[in-house]
Design a protein. Structure first.
Length: 129
């Protein structure tokens, strides 16, 4: 077994696609519009299933905002250089909510960025071997 995708409900599909592709470097993999069911899906990621997990961005017609539940945590993405990644995200207008640095009591370098719908994304430094 392996994870195929994680679904996030978004208030503006194009804004979400722009964030994940332009700021986080994902690719728009495919879209599906279901007008009869009043929703549109966009799948983004660094590669396709089954080799890579994807994010399913779901836009429900007419819904522009969702309440963030207390059970949601974050999505984690490995990056080669957290400091450089955060600088690029800031330069592109992204919102860094935790500046880069080591985790408390450890050496792993992390940061947090927030997407336009309020979802947190943890950036974890994974230097190439």
């Amino acid at each position: 077994m392996h994870i195929l995708h994680t679904m996030l409900r978004v208030g503006n599909l194009q804004r979400a696609i722009d964030f994940y592709t332009r700021l986080l470097g994902m690719k728009l993999l495919r879209t599906t519009d279901r007008p009869e069911q009043h929703y549109t899906l966009a799948f983004v990621g660094y590669g396709n299933n089954p080799d890579h997990a994807e994010l399913e961005l779901t836009y429900n017609y007419g819904v522009d905002k969702y309440e963030m539940g207390s059970a949601y945590g974050h999505i984690a993405i490995g990056v080669p250089d957290v400091y450089q990644t955060c600088a690029a995200i800031k330069a592109a207008g992204g919102n860094i909510t935790r500046e880069p640095g080591p985790v408390k009591g450890g050496a792993t370098v992390i940061a947090f960025v927030q997407d336009p719908d309020g979802y947190k994304i943890e950036l974890i430094e994974r230097r190439p071997a």
